[in-house]
Write a protein that binds this ligand. Structure first.
Ligand code: SF4
Length: 447
């Protein structure tokens, strides 16, 4: 009886929207574009799902588990926020739209990342929408002529320079979901970096395969040229490269990194996946163990001490004890400061999901633990060596931690005397019970 008037008033007020993102930085960037577009159409963003009329779930499909996590999250939303409208978008929605359409509470499925389609779904009446985003236009054009202005609630901003990937790694579904590599124009990237720089002292150059930036442009561009342009045109901001393949850190990019005086963070995250050639071949990676090894040693030789990370998959089908030992030996040799190690988890529809000789989960898990322990020890040694040295940091979150150029997250025991606004701050690293912290130099008298 009392429901009809309440619905009418609901139609008059803007939707209150809660956003939840699974997956990588590129996905987080996409969510910000969706949020900005929906806010431009009059919706309000809320920080708790219990206050929301609509929840946008931006999904990831890197493994079957990632798909299952998104479905579990939507079921939980339905239980905890009865009546909420759920808009599903992102990579998993692109490949498994049918799975989501039949779920309770789902009122729209956007097969991809199109922010205009998501905002239309957010602000439309609760009917089932089927919006297919065109892979050709996703995020290669500014939203409604606008650029992303900020990443809500974060000190560091994400600057997405391309989408998609032309490689064919046998375990990867991201490529299937995101389509071929498509670069934004250098002018558009610089324009967006300028806008984002008013809110973020550090910008992370991100995408799905940034090492191929510009190959599809006419005339072609390179990542090295793009980064050099950003450093020149957007001064006072620290840039950081997102994940980039070791074999695609060419001499030009290395020259920019070595000569940027810290304005391009001394940090590279270069996926390795395996340190064994037979496994790399089955993964359909294009590089050998030795090519990766040689490039990393050349980079460190030229740049010096730096943050160095990698992704590794253990227990890939057919991985033997010898293969694992080869990966372990490479990890021991190279100066990694951290690793992201995961046991292999198949993703339906990929070549790897159908490979013979699966490795038992227990074995894959043990190999992961072993490599993580090794990475932890290497990281601790690197951190210990940094104590007493200077660092330029970005203070994060509520001011309790900060991030150095070489990707060390350190404690902030005392607020910076120069204030709390997001900015790059110089300090000295100290060490207490194995934890690094940043100490601020005394402020000098102004005269
Ligand atoms: S390089 Fe390989 S793992 Fe990375 S996005 Fe492309 S296909 Fe996937």
């Amino acid at each position: 009886m009392g429901h009809a008037p309440r619905r009418d008033s609901e139609l008059l007020r803007p939707s209150r929207v809660y956003y939840h993102t699974f997956g990588c930085k590129a996905n987080q960037y996409d969510t910000e574009r969706m949020r900005q577009e929906a806010e431009a159409r009059g919706s309000d963003t809320v920080s708790s799902w219990s206050e929301a009329d609509v929840c946008v779930v931006n999904t990831c499909t890197v493994t079957n588990q990632a798909d299952a996590d998104a479905r579990r999250f939507i079921r939980r939303l339905n239980r905890e926020v009865p009546g909420v409208r759920v808009v599903v978008a992102g990579c998993s929605a692109a490949l498994r739209a049918g799975d989501y359409r039949t779920m309770d509470g789902v009122t729209a499925v956007v097969e991809g990342q199109d922010p205009v389609a998501v905002s239309a779904a957010v602000t439309s009446r609760p009917v089932l929408l089927e919006l297919r985003s065109s892979l050709d236009r996703i995020d290669t054009e500014p939203v409604g002529g606008e650029l992303l202005r900020r990443r809500a609630g974060a000190s560091r901003g994400w600057l997405k320079v391309q989408d998609g990937c032309d490689r064919k790694c046998s375990f990867c579904a991201t490529r299937l979901a995101r389509g071929p590599a498509r670069s934004r124009s250098p002018e558009e990237v610089v324009a967006e970096a300028r806008v984002l720089s008013t809110a973020h002292p550090e910008l992370v150059v991100t995408g799905i395969h940034i090492g191929h930036y510009g190959r599809d442009l006419d005339p072609p561009w390179t990542l090295a040229r793009l980064v050099a342009l950003l450093l020149e045109r957007v001064p006072g901001v620290r840039f950081r490269l997102g994940s980039v393949e070791a074999t695609e850190v060419d001499d030009d990019l290395l020259g920019v990194l070595a000569g940027a005086g810290g304005w391009l963070a001394r940090h590279l995250h270069m996926p390795l996946q395996s340190g064994s050639d037979p496994v790399l071949r089955r993964m359909r990676r294009w590089h050998t163990r030795e090519q990766y090894r040689r490039r990393v040693l050349e980079i460190v030789d030229r740049v010096g001490d730096m943050g160095l990370g990698a992704d590794i998959i253990t227990g890939f089908p057919g991985e033997t004890d010898e293969d694992h030992a080869s990966t372990r030996a490479l990890v021991e040799e190279l100066p990694f400061t951290y690793l992201h190690v995961f046991p292999f988890s198949p993703r339906d529809g990929t070549v790897a999901a159908d490979l013979d000789h699966p490795v038992p989960q227990r074995v894959a898990g043990e190999r992961s633990r072993e490599l993580r322990d090794l990475a932890r020890a290497k990281g601790a040694a690197y951190r210990a060596g940094r104590a007493g040295q200077g660092a330029r940091v970005v203070v994060e979150g509520r001011g309790a931690t900060a991030l150095t150029g070489d990707y060390l997250r350190v404690d902030v025991p005392r607020p910076c005397p120069d204030g709390t606004s997001p900015a790059l701050r110089d300090g000295i690293l100290g060490s207490r019970r194995g934890h690094l912290y940043i100490a601020w130099p005394r402020r000098l008298p102004s005269n």
